[in-house]
Design a protein around this ligand. Structure first.
Ligand SMILES: Cc1ncc(COP(=O)(O)O)c(C=O)c1O
Length: 439
């Protein structure tokens, strides 16, 4: 099957024709009347490489490139980017408030689809711009003052780390930063330092589901349960778990969860999600109060998204990204992401002498992110060589976890992983050093 045919076939199957209709101009959508399409449990061509090739064909990716940077930014499938483009054009074509009325229906559809994806109630979902905004809404929205304590992880992203410190400076509470052992043997080794840090003064435990700096996956469920027993609120930064692994917020039991749709979720850029558990909504102050507040304040987590004029095309296409995940299956995506990372780790482990993994090799403490360092190599130069010579895109990580970060997603093939391992083997044999500074 040609690439184009495979793409059309996939789209046609995606929603029994609903997806194809969605690519027509939005006027034909009957947007406000749309109901969530019934998605068949799709098995395109089986659980093999041909299936994942058909999945890759859903993306406008440059042939020959190996994209290992989902932890930073992931591409959207045509289904999503075409919808963003169509809806955006629809606004430009007729920007009356009457025409734009249909977008509120699409936004609510997206909210319901996101809630379903995350195991939450639609009223617990705010559609934000990104994880930065979600984290900061929580950091700045809880009443805290002198005598209170917030426990954070030293591997949190600055938006869940520095943001707490800046607020503490202003309001006089204490921030306690926990370090986890670099070579944990089991998840309980990662939990132990947090449990030891909690005191009767602790009001919030603010952690990261999967760290972008180390690739470590924390035992979130156990930590949230321990916090709940002590009456402590929990913020879980889900930037690296939303869309990559199965996330069931009811089961995890956190109070707040923030994510960005433009990473592993493969959704529109500058869209994100903030989960606020029902029982916590009344006590969490909004970061921004915009037009629509009077109505939003009594409608669950919607009170955290009165941000003024939004990019309605992008926000409305968010539901399509959720459809895409539902069609393939969250469990199948989770399993594939882990399979890719496992193959990568074992290939590197077997073939690269002296390699140091910052990410646990054990998949009970990691998921799709793999961070490693090579002896004597300058990481920025290494990433440059990989891009220029091997057409591999990855990230450079720094600090305690200095190295290269590979984050393969479902549009990456096993063959790509093997090529990436070959490229790292060559890199290790001839490690590039830092370029001499000009002048
Ligand atoms: C763990 C974590 N939190 C928050 C963010 C911020 O994400 P965004 O820039 O999409 O807000 C990132 C970005 O990489 C991240 O890895």
């Amino acid at each position: 099957m040609s690439t184009e045919l495979a793409r059309r076939d996939f789209l046609a199957r995606l929603a029994g024709g609903v997806a194809a209709a969605s690519l027509a101009p939005a006027t034909a959508l009957g947007a406000t009347e749309r109901v969530r399409p019934r998605l068949p449990h799709l098995s395109l061509v089986g659980e093999d490489e041909a299936y994942w090739k058909a999945v890759r064909d859903q993306f406008p990716l440059r042939a020959g490139f190996i994209y290992l940077n989902a932890a930073n930014l992931a591409p959207s499938p045509y289904l999503v980017s075409d919808t963003v483009a169509d809806l955006t054009r629809e606004i430009d074509r007729e920007m009356s408030q009457q025409n734009r009325g249909k977008f509120s229906g699409l936004r609510e559809y997206a909210r319901t689809a996101l809630a379903q994806h995350l195991g939450a109630d639609p009223d617990e979902i705010a559609i934000t711009r990104n994880t930065t905004e979600g984290n900061n809404t929580v950091v700045n929205g809880i009443n805290l003052g002198p005598g209170d304590e917030v426990v954070i992880w030293d591997q949190n992203h600055p938006t869940n780390n520095v943001a707490w410190e800046v607020r503490a400076e202003r309001y006089g509470f204490t921030v306690k930063k926990v370090k986890t052992p670099p070579a944990a043997a089991q998840p309980s080794d990662l939990a132990a330092p947090f449990l030891a840090a909690l005191t009767p003064r602790t009001k919030v435990l603010s952690i990261t589901h999967i760290s972008s700096s180390s690739g470590v996956a924390l035992p979130a469920r156990e930590l949230c349960a321990a916090a709940r027993q002590r009456g402590i609120l929990t913020l879980l930064d889900g930037a690296q778990s939303f869309g990559s692994v199965v996330v069931n917020l009811r089961d995890i039991g956190c109070d707040f969860y923030a994510g960005s749709a433009h990473k592993w979720f493969m959704g529109p850029r500058e869209t994100g999600v903030l989960f606020v558990r029902k029982e916590r909504q009344a006590a969490l102050w909004p970061q921004m109060v915009g037009i629509g507040w009077q109505s939003a304040k009594d409608h669950g987590a919607r009170k955290f998204e009165t941000l003024g004029q939004r990019d309605d095309g992008a926000v409305s296409a968010l539901g399509k990204a959720a459809d895409f995940h539902a069609t393939i299956g969250r469990e199948r995506i989770d399993a594939r992401v882990r399979e890719l990372a496992t193959r990568l780790k074992s290939g590197l482990q077997q073939r690269v002498p002296g390699i140091k993994f910052h990410t646990p090799v054990d998949s009970s403490m990691s998921a799709g992110i793999v961070i490693f360092a090579l002896p004597k190599m300058d990481n920025a130069e290494g990433a440059k060589v990989l891009y220029e010579k091997n057409q591999i895109t990855c990230a450079v990580s720094g600090g305690d976890f200095a190295g290269l970060r590979f984050a393969p997603h479902i549009y990456v093939s096993m063959q790509d992983i093997d090529k990436a391992v070959d490229a790292v083997v060559s890199l290790a044999a001839n490690p590039p050093v830092a370029a001499a500074k000009a002048g």
